[in-house]
Design a binder for this molecule. Structure first.
Ligand code: NAP
Length: 524
């Protein structure tokens, strides 16, 4: 099947996708969206919002399912194009496509079930003394057009039809995606699949738009547009913080849900280190190098207590890393940033390069690099805890429990923290567990942080600087809560209330009625 690119006005401001494995231009010309196209997309989204937010839960669920079907109908042409644009292996992309379709299904089911609107009802007590109690009912409603920034490292699951888009559409908000410049062909294929779903399901035209661009201007104008009401983003700290600042300097500031990465500290406690020295070393090496380290949950920092077991652990880790081959990174820019940060780490005194992978040819191939340092040196060089997006990690050797706890207390916000420990280790380290709870969105015991389950209880978020919104998650059904706000209706006639709040509870959802969760109707 031949795909037509170029949904946009042809101007001189064009760009091409680059194959990161050889730096060659790929087929297809793409154009930076003009100011007029941005205005048009946002205006259409605004108009669509009035209609889309009134669609029934069955209609919205059917739309999300249809998007999944249309993505599936793209067949192998989708992962093939994406492979050329990102260098990611076809098998990984096939798996990510399945995850993306499953995310859409998760939100379709959430919407169909309906209780996510968090309906709360306090019925009136007209004869209460000294004043009558009014009838007050609350639920969550969508906030309006959402701008989504596609991520380079998840071209399906965090891009055009990824988790941000799925959760915003599920909540009743139209979406405008700023496609990532690294995979514009992939973005357009998926955008066309969404457009087909819009036509089939009879949704208003502006429910979804894709704006292409390799210029910061496109993203800036989109975020600053007065009709955009929220932003979803996954990428660098610099990018996320810039968008956050644009959003907050608007006459009407808006929320920005930026997931900006993290170093995901790992703590290996003494008994676990002794019992599973090799297993943890091999697992850690695999986790660091998975996907060339291009995961926001990649473990970039590991704390180990000084001991004979630690010396064996280093040998195992060294051996395993030295056997890994250099692999193509997503973009020349990401490769350049990775190398710059490796050089910077090498230049810090008392930081030892423990092991490196095997160099391979290829324009943007990167090898793994593992460093080691003492906890005092780590505490004196805070930049060692900064993310280096790629297969790199710093092992910090601690000589006392106090120093380890100080390092934990000094951590900034991260997406995850991992502890390897036996029941005894965990019992002996309650302070560590307690400190980490305040530092991250997900604490993991005896497993590696790479791999994020998409489910109701997942939190993929955390305190700043991991995100700009510590009270949110960008993965799992909780992601829908980012694009809604609570509204309450006081003394409303029953027939004017949304179905979720009506006395008869026609949707049979769970509601908090006078303090008790129930699916029952309210006797009027
Ligand atoms: P990025 O530079 O943050 O860009 C992501 C998106 O945001 C792109 O569409 C980009 O637009 C836009 N953007 C960035 N800065 C902007 C600004 N000031 N104004 C308006 N739009 C802006 O991420 P990337 O290109 O994927 O990779 C760059 C670095 O980000 C990597 O080297 C890595 O360090 C980090 N990263 C981290 C994660 C993670 O999950 N932790 C994921 C991906 C990347 P343009 O491209 O058009 O400028």
């Amino acid at each position: 099947m031949v795909y037509q690119f170029n949904l946009f006005m042809k101007t001189s401001d064009k760009f091409f996708a680059i194959n990161p494995s050889n730096d060659n231009k790929l087929e297809g010309e793409f154009y930076n969206a003009t100011k007029k196209e941005i205005d048009n997309a946002v205006l259409q989204a605004k108009n669509a919002f009035a209609i889309y937010r009134k669609k029934s839960k069955q209609q919205i669920a059917a739309f999300l399912i249809q998007i999944g079907e249309e993505i599936s109908n793209l067949g192998e042409a989708l992962p093939e194009r994406c492979h050329l644009e990102t260098g990611l292996p076809i098998a990984r992309l096939q798996g990510e496509r399945t995850r993306t379709i499953n995310q859409l299904l998760l939100f379709a089911n959430l919407v169909l079930e309906g209780s996510w609107v968090d309906a709360k009802i306090d019925t009136a007590i007209p004869d209460r003394n000294p004043v009558a109690k009014p009838d007050i009912r609350q639920l969550l409603i969508p906030i309006g057009p959402v701008a989504v920034f596609g991520a380079s490292n998840f071209p399906f699951a965090f891009s055009t039809a990824g988790g941000d888009t799925a959760s915003a559409l599920a909540s009743g908000c139209p979406v405008i995606v700023k496609g990532h410049e690294a995979h514009p062909g992939t973005s357009e294929m998926v955008a066309k699949a969404i457009k087909r779903a819009i036509d089939i399901c009879g949704m208003p035209e502006g429910t979804f738009s894709l704006l292409q661009g390799n210029s910061k201007k496109v993203g800036q104008e989109l975020v600053q547009h007065p009709e955009i009401k929220a932003v979803g983003f996954t990428g660098s700290f610099t990018g996320g913080k810039a968008l956050f600042d644009y959003a907050n300097s608007r006459p009407e500031p808006i929320p920005v849900f930026a997931e900006m990465g993290s170093t995901n500290p790992v703590f290996i406690l003494p008994e676990a280190l002794q019992n599973k020295t090799k297993e943890i070393a091999v697992g850690l090496a695999n986790s660091i190098t998975l996907g060339v380290g291009q995961f926001c949950t990649s473990p970039g920092l590991t704390f180990v207590g000084k001991s004979k077991d630690a010396d064996i652990f280093y040998q195992e880790l060294k051996q395993k890393i030295s056997e890994t081959m250099g692999v193509t990174m997503l973009t020349p820019g990401i490769k350049k940033n990775y190398e710059l940060k490796i050089d910077k780490t090498k230049s810090i005194s008392q930081v030892q390069l423990l092991s490196s992978g095997i160099e391979t040819t290829g324009s943007n191939n990167a090898i793994a690099n593992i460093f080691k340092t003492s906890i005092s040196n780590y505490l004196n060089n805070p930049e060692l805890s900064d993310e280096n997006f790629g297969p790199s990690s710093v092992i910090v050797e601690s000589d006392s429990k106090q120093a380890l706890l100080e390092a934990a207390r000094n951590l900034k916000g991260h997406l995850t923290a991992t502890i390897f420990g036996t029941p005894n280790d965990l019992k002996n380290n309650p302070e560590l567990l307690s400190i980490l709870e305040l530092k991250v969105g997900r604490v993991i015991i005896n497993n590696f942080p790479t791999g994020v389950e998409v489910c109701h209880s997942m939190v993929h978020g955390g305190p700043f600087p991991a995100t700009t919104a510590p009270n949110s998650t960008s993965v799992g059904s909780g992601a829908i809560k980012r694009f809604v706000r609570p509204i309450c209706f006081q003394d409303y006639p029953d027939d004017l209330l949304p179905d979720a709040l009506k006395n008869k509870n026609p949707q049979k959802i769970w509601r908090l009625v006078n303090g008790n969760f129930t699916q029952d109707k309210i006797e009027s």
